[in-house]
Design a protein. Structure first.
Length: 512
């Protein structure tokens, strides 16, 4: 029985075509998977196996189709020649599939290790990202905290009424608060602090340059200085008494020694202390003077009385009469001194009333002008019309101006000039009366004592040393002050400052 050839041929041809179709489909599918994840080793393996199987399918299918066609066409020799090549190609395809399969396990293990390492790296990366974010958060918090701290201390620095300064070791001012710039008179009109220029040295503001060297040595030796009393001088020449505290610290960034300074202006405090000392001294001397004056006044009265009785019994022109006249003269001088002592010691009743200081000065000048003209002393007055009335005891203030003008006359001697000016000071709160002269001036060493009782630089018999003391007490009793400025050989200026009543200030404000 003969089997038909056609079914075999059909199955061979159709099977070969299907094999090629499925091989191409596998290649396409494996390629799509590989493209989606090129790092997946399994997809790479499938792609390589599918290509090898596709080569095998093409080789096998083409071999079967070519075989049938060649045999049907009577070309067996050609097929016999091609058959070894087709078999070799099939063998090579199987070898490739086998090799890929054999090495896949090792590649898979390597791939798994890579995946594990990748996951570890991913976790490490996520950890580093978290740590970095945390670090940034901490840095931001610390930066904000430092900013708040700097702002707080900057407000303290700016708002302090005492001078705060940062100074380099060589004295260069690196930073200074507004109070310090105002104290030393180095405010810049444009608003920028003048100390930003490297030429500004703190040592130039010491009245005595050796004080800076002493301060720097103490800071270097002890690291700090507390409440050192120094004398500073501002840009405009104003002398400032200050309590200075300093501490040194090394700047790690600049590697330089910095000195931090805090200075408190005690000029006004020292003036008040001096005034208190002066008041205590005057009070003590006043008590002593009162006791002495009372003890001396009675004997003087008896001496003067008996002298006058004896003079009645003598004829004028006799030697005895002239001797008694001399005794009377000096007894009266002593009595005048005693009366000055009593006036200085006791606080007489003060009767205050509104008075224009210009009127008081004119009244005093009306009394002494003739005497001044005889000595060729010119009197110049400058009365500011805006100076209001002050509430004072007219008689006592007349005595003050009389003492000042007579002192100016005695300082000039003859051929000179006295200038009297009135003005407002301290935003209109004080009325100033300045009496200046072209006399000999006062020695600087005598200035601290000129208001002391019995202190005088005049010749014996020309003054008791009580005029300025009494004037000082009167002005103080009125809530004012007496200031003096003098230059030896050029003259002196005595300035009386009296408070202006508050109602006068309100009236002046309404007028403006």
């Amino acid at each position: 029985m003969t089997i038909p050839f056609f079914p075999i041929l059909f199955v061979d041809l159709v099977g070969s075509a299907c094999m090629v179709f499925f091989a191409v489909a596998c290649v396409r599918l494996s390629y799509r998977l590989y493209v989606q994840d090129r790092e997946n080793v399994l997809y790479l393996y499938l792609l390589m196996v599918s290509h090898a199987l596709a080569v095998f399918a093409f080789s096998r299918s083409i071999g079967h189709i070519a075989k049938q066609l060649l045999l049907l066409g009577g070309h067996r020799p050609i097929w016999e020649a091609l058959r070894p090549y087709s078999g070799s190609l099939n063998t090579i395809s199987f070898c490739v599939v086998g090799a890929v399969t054999l090495f896949f396990e090792r590649i898979w293990k390597v791939h798994q290790q890579i995946l594990r390492d990748r996951q570890a790296l991913q976790k490490a990366h996520e950890r580093l990202v978290w740590l970095n974010q945390r670090l940034q958060q901490l840095v931001s918090e610390r930066t904000a905290e430092l900013g708040r701290s700097e702002q707080k201390f900057r407000r303290i620095f700016e708002a302090s009424r005492d001078m705060i300064a940062v100074v380099a070791e060589n004295g260069t001012v690196l930073d200074m608060n507004p109070a310090g710039r105002q104290m030393l008179g180095i405010d810049d009109i444009g608003g920028a602090p003048e100390m930003e220029t490297p030429s500004l040295s703190f040592r130039t503001f010491f009245l005595r340059p050796q004080d800076w060297n002493t301060l720097k040595e103490r800071v270097s030796r002890e690291s700090y200085v507390t409440d050192a009393e120094v004398e500073l001088i501002s840009r405009d020449g104003r002398e400032i008494s200050a309590l200075l505290s300093a501490a040194s610290q090394c700047d790690l960034q600049e590697r330089a020694e910095l000195i931090y300074l805090v200075a408190k202006d005690i000029t006004q405090r020292k003036v008040i202390q001096q005034q208190l000392l002066q008041a205590d001294k005057l009070a003590s001397i006043g008590q002593l003077a009162a006791g002495v004056a009372h003890e001396i006044n009675n004997p003087l009265g008896i001496i003067l009385g008996y002298t006058q009785l004896l003079m009645r019994e003598e004829h004028q022109g006799t030697e005895r009469y002239e001797d008694l006249k001399t005794i009377e003269k000096h007894a009266r001088t002593c009595k005048a001194i005693v009366e000055d002592l009593l006036s200085f010691a006791r606080s007489a009743h003060t009767r205050k009333e509104p008075v224009l200081v210009q009127d008081l000065v004119q009244e005093v000048l009306g009394v002494v002008r003739h005497n001044l003209e005889l000595k060729h002393i010119q009197v110049i007055t400058h009365f500011e019309a805006s100076v209001p009335e002050v509430v004072v005891d007219r008689n006592k203030m007349r005595q003050v101006f009389m003492n000042l003008i007579m002192n100016a006359q005695q300082a000039i001697g003859s051929d000179g000039r006295i200038e009297i000016c009135t003005s407002l000071a301290e935003n209109g709160h004080m009325a100033e009366i300045a009496v200046s002269d072209t006399g000999t001036g006062i020695d600087p060493k005598h200035l601290p004592r000129i208001f002391d009782p019995f202190f005088t630089t005049k010749s014996t018999g020309e003054g008791t040393g009580l005029g300025l003391s009494v004037s000082y007490g009167i002005v103080k009793d009125h809530g004012g002050e007496i200031l003096v400025a003098s230059e030896l050989g050029k003259g002196s200026v005595f300035t009386v400052r009296l408070p202006v009543p508050s109602e006068k200030l309100e009236w002046m404000a309404c007028e403006v």
